[in-house]
Design a protein around this ligand. Structure first.
Ligand SMILES: CCCCC/C=C\C/C=C\CC/C=C/CC(=O)SCCNC(=O)CCNC(=O)[C@H](O)C(C)(C)COP(=O)(O)OP(=O)(O)OC[C@H]1O[C@@H](n2cnc3c(N)ncnc32)[C@H](O)[C@@H]1OP(=O)(O)O
Length: 243
């Protein structure tokens, strides 16, 4: 599956909705057992959540957006397919989250392709289920440091901390993803799927129990004037970078 939402594959409401529909189609197709997630645009895997969905909108919109993001996370995290992320570009915040919920992550070796949950740099806070997903991958201490500092790791550091499973030359990314997929598909589906469900259930249950409260938290947090100001300033900085 190739992410395709120019210019930076930000996760807009429309993009999240399409991703969920496509995932459902693949899940229901008996001929499909695995999925490689990559970007149509080498250089950018995904810029994460679409900041335009979180700026200057009304509470009903924020609630709808957050629910769509939860839905996407729940679908992909619980997918019965083998999901391999072939990360061919920068992968900040929601882009990193999307990689973390795959079964295996391969990052192309390019110093520009940084990955991490950098929410604090925007003056916002990664919600508990982003944090849980990261802790499940790299452990508590490394997550605490990475989350507080909003670290974006270049490939060698991402590998060292365990945020990705492999770093490979850019021209070997897709072929490596296919050989990793072959290795995972050699395991009987039912045994692998039950194991995945068992490993992920506590994290899934945590969000499912708190879903409505989490939406309310997001809406009231993002509606604050101070948060709106931080997001606007961040967007301005991104735009000024060009000039
Ligand atoms: C205790 C209480 C707790 C309560 C908690 C409750 C709830 C939690 C609340 C909030 C949590 C919300 C979580 C958010 C997670 C996120 O994902 S936020 C998004 C973070 N993303 C980023 O920081 C990435 C920003 N982008 C970049 O760094 C770069 O764009 C890039 C991806 C590295 C690409 O660089 P490049 O040089 O190629 O492109 P440009 O920078 O020139 O960008 C082109 C164009 O795209 C716009 N843009 C970039 N990123 C985004 C984005 N994420 N959303 C929307 N638009 C984006 C950029 O502004 C440019 O636009 P243009 O100038 O109009 O062309």
């Amino acid at each position: 599956m190739k992410l395709k939402n120019p210019p930076v594959n930000s996760l807009s409401l429309e993009m999240l909705t399409e991703l969920v529909i496509n995932l459902e189609k693949l899940e229901n197709d008996k001929a499909v057992r695995g999925l490689v997630l990559t970007s149509e645009y080498p250089g950018i895997f995904s810029a994460g959540l679409d900041l335009m969905e979180m700026c200057g909108r009304n509470p009903a919109h924020y609630a709808e957006y957050w629910k769509a993001l939860q839905e996407f996370w729940l679908k992909l995290y619980q997918s019965s397919l083998v999901v391999v992320a072939a990360i061919n570009g920068a992968s900040p915040a929601g882009g990193c989250l999307m990689s973390l919920i795959c079964d295996y992550r391969i990052l192309a070796d390019n110093p520009k392709y940084t990955i991490g949950l950098n929410e604090t740099l925007l003056g916002i806070v990664a919600p508990f289920w982003f944090k849980d997903t990261m802790v499940n991958t790299i452990g508590h201490r490394a997550s605490e440091r990475a989350l507080q500092l909003g670290l974006l790791f270049p490939p060698a550091e991402a590998l060292q901390v365990g945020l990705v499973d492999q770093v490979v030359p850019e021209d070997k990314l897709q072929s490596t993803a296919l050989s990793v997929m072959a290795q995972w598909l050699a395991i009987p589906d039912h045994a692998r799927q039950l194991t995945k469900t068992m490993m992920r259930k506590p994290t899934v249950d945590h969000l499912v129990k708190q879903r409505d409260a989490d939406i309310q938290n997001f809406v009231s947090f993002v509606s604050r004037d101070s948060i709106q100001k931080s997001l606007q300033m961040y967007l301005q900085k991104l735009r000024q970078k060009k000039s």
